[in-house]
Design a protein around this ligand. Structure first.
Ligand code: C2E
Ligand code: MG
Ligand code: MG
Length: 591
């Protein structure tokens, strides 16, 4: 007869009667079980410390601690409580039976034990246990990659945190990985290829971590998991220090950044990795995952394909961003959002021809917040749409107030973001607002930045043409910063080009290359029938150069700083003609 290598199920039989022990073992023989015996509670817990069985058969009457007391101790332990228990007793007292079920027994058997009943009860409990295990495992496995999922990661992470709290020598780290071009690959090559990529990533990680025993000393805690999408998290159990975790991150990046071959397509998808170590005194798994995620975003911001170690100041920046977002939600539509106006001048004689509306936010506690801190948040959250509408109404109201006193003012200029342009019906909204305020369409100018247009030039042309068809003035803002080529300017229906401040700042007699560049922009604009406005004029020398290259309009602190609207006539800005104190450098330039 060949001996089984190992029985399928392990059973611990806690009974002090040797005859019953032997009898039970004989009864259960056909079930492919392996029995271990304990005669009292001490022996039972000793055996449990060595090995966890699939089932405990527990007698009621034992020397020392009773069966019920042992049962209560078992159920108080989070790990032992998972093992099913069949309670055996010779007394048929209902109190004993109901107490054993109250204490957590899974089944009950009356002594003297009879073979068919014992076999049936053991079989049924083991089957239930098998099903429970399967459910447990399914709930904790990512079906695509076969890796542990978020739930199992959270449970393991919680245990690692608990262990580090009690053992100051225990360090562990979490790596949060996100793949930089996954969405594009998924969208362009299809979900099947996207799934293949995720499977290959999982395989590379699996193979690589297995070979890393020297660094990862606690393989039980070490968990490679997929959170969902293209997010993978690795818990490195028991590492010596942060440097060791960093070396794992570096090595993984090297492995992951190699091209992937997916059904005949070669694709590149670099990873961005956030790393956080256990020394920040974390209380919960979620806190630690949150910080690893923050560090991962920082890695993306630093150019992708790299890893970043979490630092608490990153958290402060995220909290601040969150606060801005929440408070901005409440501020939009109220007078916390208001406008200041910066004049646009005819450089030659100082006449104000337009006013640019610039949004400001007076936060009830933080005070004045400049647009570069809240406009990007508004853009990311979609709040730019209601905010932009509020700005349009306010600017039009102010324009009509000024128009009554000032005849040379041709238009009010309002900055718009890409998200606003892309809202279906934006052109109709603009038309209605202009009409509602009794303005001619050409009295409103919309400024869009060059970078905004260049991200999707074809779509931008269509959107801008719809506005142009209504007669709205269009300006390309910050020209020169968005990498558009001069040659594609003619594709866009702009009335005005605003030359970015960074070029205007360089305009002086010594920087002839910038003078030549601005001159070229001005000439091209005129040839295309567009006006030119120089932004950020701060010195008289800049004014002189701009006049020399025939740039007719300008804006800047020298000419007029942004200020509140109200009743003040725009002429008040024009205290003197900018030309008056301008050195005559035209000769120097042409020399
Ligand atoms: P922008 O449209 O290019 O506006 C010009 C910015 O340069 C303004 O900053 C203005 O105060 C500043 N500036 C003007 N002259 C000078 C100068 O001589 N020197 C210097 N150093 N700076 C000068 P601000 O008001 O902080 O606005 C920054 C940006 O925020 C704007 O750049 C615009 O892109 C955006 N923004 C402002 N209001 C709105 C809005 O209502 N909607 C949208 N979508 N964006 C807005
Ligand atoms: Mg602007
Ligand atoms: Mg600008």
């Amino acid at each position: 007869m060949t001996r089984r290598a190992e029985a399928t199920h392990q059973i611990l039989l806690v009974d002090d009667d040797r005859t019953i022990q032997r009898l039970t073992e004989a009864f259960l023989k056909p079930l492919d079980v392996d029995c271990e015996f304990a005669g009292c509670s001490a022996e039972a817990f000793e055996s449990l410390a060595r090995r966890l069985p699939d089932l405990i058969l527990l007698d009621h009457e034992l020397p020392g601690e009773s069966g019920l007391e042992i049962l209560e101790r078992l159920k108080a332990d989070p790990i032992l409580a998972q093992i099913p228990v069949i309670y055996a007793t010779g007394t048929a007292k209902e109190t004993v039976i109901s107490r054993c079920f109250e204490a957590g027994a899974n089944d009950y058997i009356q002594k003297p034990i009879r073979r068919p009943e014992l076999v049936a009860r053991v079989q049924s409990v083991l089957e239930r246990q098998r099903m429970m295990r399967e459910l447990w495992s399914n709930a904790r496995t990512d079906s695509l990659t076969g890796l542990p999922n978020r739930l199992l990661l959270q449970e393991t992470l919680a245990r690692a945190i608990e262990r580090a709290r009690h053992d100051s020598r225990y360090h562990f780290a979490v790596l949060f990985l996100d793949f930089d071009r996954f969405k594009t690959i998924n969208d362009s090559l299809g979900h099947e290829i996207g799934d293949m990529l995720l499977q290959q990533i999982a395989e590379r990680l699996r193979t690589n971590l297995r070979s890393e025993d020297a660094i990862v000393r606690d393989s039980q805690m070490t968990t490679l998991s997929r959170l969902g999408g293209d997010e993978f998290v690795i818990l490195l159990g028991d590492i010596p220090d942060e440097a060791a975790a960093s070396s794992v991150a570096r090595r993984l990046l090297g492995v992951l950044n190699r091209p992937y071959s997916l059904a005949g397509n070669t694709v590149n998808s670099t990873a961005s990795v956030g790393l956080v170590c256990s020394d920040h005194d974390y209380q919960t798994a979620d806190e630690m995952l949150r910080d690893a995620d923050i560090a991962m975003y920082e890695a993306k911001a630093r150019g992708r394909g790299c890893y970043v170690v979490f630092d608490p100041s990153m958290h402060a920046a995220v909290v601040e961003r969150h606060r801005i977002e929440n408070d901005l939600r409440a501020a939009v539509g109220t007078d916390q959002i208001h406008l200041v106006y910066q004049p646009i001048f005819a450089i030659e004689d100082g006449g104000v021809i337009g006013m640019e509306a610039l949004a400001r936010w007076t936060h009830p506690h933080l005070g004045l917040i400049p647009p570069d801190r809240f406009i990007p948040v508004a853009e990311e959250t979609g709040l730019i749409v209601p905010l932009g509408e509020q700005v349009l109404h306010a600017a039009c109201t102010q324009f009509q107030l000024w128009r009554r006193q000032h005849t040379r003012l041709k238009y009010v200029s309002v900055n718009v973001s890409r998200a606003q342009l892309e809202v279906p019906g934006f052109a109709t909204l603009v038309r209605d607002i202009v009409a509602q305020h009794g303005m001619a369409p050409a009295q409103l100018q919309l400024e869009v930045t060059e970078s905004m247009i260049m991200s999707r030039p074809d779509a931008a042309v269509t959107l801008l043409q719809a506005l142009k068809a209504l007669g709205i003035r269009l300006a390309m803002d910050d020209f020169g910063t968005g990498y558009s080529s001069l040659s594609c300017l003619h594709c866009f229906p702009f009335d005005v080009i605003k030359i970015d401040r960074s070029f205007v700042q360089e305009l002086n007699g010594e920087r002839s290359e910038f003078v030549a560049l601005v001159h070229a922009i001005v000439n091209l604009a005129y040839n295309l029938g567009m006006e030119c406005v120089a932004e950020g004029i701060e010195t008289h020398e800049q004014v002189a150069v701009l006049l020399a290259v025939d740039c007719l309009y300008g804006q800047g602190y020298l000419l007029g700083r942004p200020a509140a609207g109200g009743e003040t006539c725009p002429d008040a800005w024009c205290t003197r003609s900018p030309r008056a104190s301008t050195p005559d450098i035209a000769e120097k330039l042409t020399a």
